[in-house]
Ligand binder design. Structure first.
Ligand code: FAD
Ligand code: FES
Ligand code: FES
Length: 481
């Protein structure tokens, strides 16, 4: 029993149930808030999306999250906004735009659409149609109302194009502007103060410090755990890492970039430090799940889940990353390429957690790329993937790290391919030879996403694609056939 409280729409809500219960079930079954819909329960459809507000030093940061994957322990001290909490005497501009453009057909998916689009307007960045569409990446409309939904997005962008950009940070000005425009009800203005008091009360109960022994199951974003084990986790002992401030954030230490284990992907994507170092990372991240999932998912969760298809693990292998592991009073650092030992077998003791991911800061001569092939471009697990990090001086490779996903029992660091590339000139011949070596060091399996033969044929194409993408002036497509 938890005995915690959170803010639900316009009021404080006490909760004394299981910390592993899902917010979706508590909203619908215990609190009678049935506007949030129960669809796939796997983070795929978006009917259950709510806004989760978290106190930060400069205000409240609201993000869309899938309530079907959100355990109550992670709701503690935060502000949950459901569709009921957005309703006002008149329709909000978001609701009105969807209605006027004919984007409300079945009604089942509508609450999720309204929440996601409200989250888009709250989001802080510049208002653009592309970002509006991306914000709905996790909302499925099965009756194909896509054109009407796009029209509603275009209309909202036109209506709110003058909103001041806020660089992705929480902004009380943005919230005030959206209250004035009736996108948000007025109670939003009081939430920061009321939530701060609530958070102060709740913070005494936040679990553990870095390095404390692991006596329960660590939950990062829960986006893997609660898809497969929701029933089992309901009454399990859980440690909610996202509530630990010491596991959050991105910092530079000497020539190393350090990312706290519980930093969500969307915070990494939005970080000015990361954007400076890896300008294309946002594009690569957009191929991973949907925005509500990225608002919760963590790098450490991807690594420990150890799926051979883990996109983040593949990228981190190519970035030559290490994981910092902690137990009680001891820390150790393991190169990620040595961390994966076999299918779901890791160099991680039962009482250790990952507290930080580190990788060398890419120098100015570094080139990084990620390629992923799935049955769909977005929201799909990779049939095969690959990431590459090359340092190039005078058109010659001076350092190379190449990794691949879904082509072995583990996310695979391609040792032979990486070693081969060292010292080679950037040319079509180098690309072709590297592709052939890569094909020789994998052991793909057949499954629903592709046969072993298909994957063996695909990986070399991804290696060639790296060279075409990174060095179009030196490697031409016709030279690669
Ligand atoms: C709809 C949907 C789409 C998805 N699409 C993709 C995709 O395109 N690409 C992809 O790679 N993945 C995808 N995933 C999988 C998932 O989102 C990612 O693997 C994510 O990074 C998992 O992180 P998490 O923090 O949510 O993990 P969690 O579910 O919290 O944890 C996963 C495992 O890691 C352990 N763990 C978590 N943090 C730590 C830590 N700090 N130390 C030790 N152990 C820890 C947990 O105990 C658990 O065993 C998708 C998932 C969903 C639901
Ligand atoms: S119910 Fe489908 S995403 Fe949650
Ligand atoms: S409007 Fe609900 S599925 Fe399309």
């Amino acid at each position: 029993m938890a005995g915690k409280s959170f803010f639900l729409n316009d009021r404080e809500q006490a909760y004394s149930g299981s910390r592993g219960a899902l917010l979706l079930d508590v909203l619908r079954d215990d609190l009678g808030l049935t506007g949030t819909k129960d669809g796939c329960r796997e983070g795929d459809c978006g009917t259950c999306v709510v806004l989760l507000g978290e106190s930060q030093p400069d205000g409240i940061c609201y993000r869309t999250v899938n309530s079907c994957l959100l355990p109550m322990g992670d709701v503690n001290g935060r502000h949950v906004v459901t569709i009921e909490g957005l309703n006002q005497p008149d329709l909000s501009p978001v609701q009105q735009a969807l209605l006027d453009e004919g984007a409300i057909q079945c009604g089942f998916c509508t609450p999720g659409l309204v929440i996601s689009l409200t989250g888009f307007l709250l989001g802080g960045a510049l208002i653009s149609e592309a970002d509006g569409i991306a914000a709905l990446g996790g909302n499925i409309c099965r009756c194909t109302g896509h054109v009407a939904i796009r029209r509603a997005i275009a209309r909202l962008c036109e209506q709110f194009r003058d909103l001041e950009p806020t660089e992705g940070k929480p902004s009380s000005e943005r919230i005030a502007a959206l209250v004035a425009a009736k996108v948000l009800p007025p109670y939003f203005l009081d939430v920061p103060k009321r939530l701060r008091n609530l958070t102060e009360a709740a913070s005494t109960q936040v679990p553990g410090r870095a390095g404390e022994a692991r006596s329960s199951i660590p939950v990062g974003g829960g986006t893997d755990l609660f898809v497969t084990q929701a029933d089992k986790l309901r009454d399990a002992e859980l440690t909610f890492l996202s509530q630990r401030a010491d596991l959050q954030g991105i910092r530079l230490k000497g020539d190393v970039c350090c990312i706290g284990a519980a930093t969500p992907l969307s915070a990494i994507e939005a970080s000015p430090i990361i954007r400076r170092m890896l300008p294309d990372l946002g594009r690569h991240f957009s191929r991973i799940a949907s925005q509500p999932i990225r608002n919760r998912a963590t790098l450490a969760g991807n690594i420990v889940n150890a799926s051979p298809a883990g996109d983040l693990s593949v990228m981190l292998l190519a970035l030559n990353a290490s994981a910092v592991l902690a137990r009680r009073d001891r820390q150790r650092t393991v190169l990620l390429r040595d961390f994966f030992r076999g299918y779901k077998v890791l160099d991680l003791a039962a009482d250790e957690i990952i507290v930080e991911i580190r990788f060398p800061i890419p120098e100015a001569d570094t080139h990084f790329n990620f390629e992923k092939v799935g049955r769909r471009e977005y929201l799909d697990i990779a049939g095969a993937s690959s990431a590459i990090r090359l340092r190039v001086q005078d058109a010659r490779i001076v350092e190379a790290h190449v990794a691949a996903g879904s082509v072995a029992p583990i996310p695979l660091y391609l040792r032979n391919t990486s070693a081969f590339l060292q010292g080679k000139p950037i040319s079509a011949t180098t690309a072709r030879e590297a592709a052939a070596i890569a094909a020789g060091e994998i052991s793909p399996m057949s499954d629903v996403r592709g046969s072993a033969e298909y994957r063996r044929a695909l990986l070399p194409r991804l290696i060639l694609a790296h060279f075409l993408t990174l060095f179009p002036e030196r490697v031409r497509e016709e030279e690669l056939v």
